[in-house]
Design a protein around this ligand. Structure first.
Ligand SMILES: O=C(O)c1cc(C(=O)O)c2c(n1)C(=O)C(=O)c1cc(C(=O)O)[nH]c1-2
Length: 247
């Protein structure tokens, strides 16, 4: 905590004399970061316990769309910095997942359908009229980090996905009952992401566990994951401030 995360601003860490954590311990520390995942943010808790109004659900869907469209751009930044063909062959799948390919309309289109199922018009999602300034700043910070950081660090920053299947499953389990006015087909995005996120995490975790080998590097990886957790948390803060949070 307290260390600038931007590679251009981060001071070199003094070598940490302590031994590196084992792979298992390092992975456990990455997973411990789940305590700070936005699943615990009051705005998300409100959303997933059925206490959000239609306006709050719509506001969330419209604002989160800005994150959705940034993800493949972020992944293209990872590819552009990565000289390893084997990594690129697997990573490119993320862009296809979101942008779609062939018959598959992709995740961005699925998100638009989710937004429309909540009652938004396609136009008001895609023209970004509801996107709050702080959402743009938070999401753009993620894309800019992926552009500037070594590709392994950008890979590490995707590891909030370790915790994403749980939040998608929460929505699938609760929303049909909480929000019966949302057509069930609109929830397809969440159904797709449970398995896609697991596959993504397998690759990103393997790269992170191998690349961040010294204790100093492992601590840097934890800082990077915290930075990404903070982005998601800040997005929820922005929505809570604008749309309110019901206790
Ligand atoms: O709904 C969510 O709470 C949530 C969170 C995250 C995440 O943890 O970054 C992602 C997603 N969804 C998601 O759908 C998604 O495709 C995704 C890609 C990434 C990434 O960092 O590359 N995160 C996430």
């Amino acid at each position: 905590m307290g260390t600038p995360i931007d590679p251009a601003l981060a001071p070199p860490r003094a070598p940490d004399p302590r031994p590196a954590w084992t792979r298992e311990e390092f992975e456990a520390r990455l997973r411990d970061k789940g305590a700070a995942y936005h699943i615990h943010h009051p705005f998300n808790v409100m959303l997933n316990t059925g206490r959000a109004s239609k306006e709050q659900v719509r506001g969330w869907a419209a604002n989160r769309f800005y994150y959705q469209i940034a993800i493949p751009v972020k992944d293209a930044a990872v590819l552009s910095n990565c000289p390893d063909r084997e990594v690129r062959r697997a990573w490119v799948q993320r862009i296809l997942d979101h942008d779609g390919s062939g018959e598959d309309a992709g995740g961005i289109e699925a998100w638009i359908r989710l937004g429309m199922a909540t009652g938004l018009a396609r136009e008001e999602i895609t023209d970004l009229r509801h996107v709050l300034p702080a959402i743009r700043f938070a999401v753009d910070a993620y894309v800019n980090f992926a552009r500037r950081a070594p590709w392994q660090e950008a890979v590490c920053s995707s590891l909030t996905e370790l915790f994403a299947p749980e939040i998608h499953k929460q929505r699938l389990a609760g929303w049909p009952e909480h929000y019966p006015w949302i057509e069930s087909a609109g929830l397809q995005y969440f159904r797709n992401r449970v398995s896609q996120a697991r596959r993504d995490v397998e690759q990103a975790l393997a790269i992170t566990l191998s690349h961040f080998a010294s204790r100093t590097q492992q601590e840097r990886a934890l800082d990077i994951l915290q930075f990404k957790l903070d982005i998601l948390w800040a997005m929820n803060d922005a929505m809570a401030q604008h749309y309110g949070v019901k206790p």
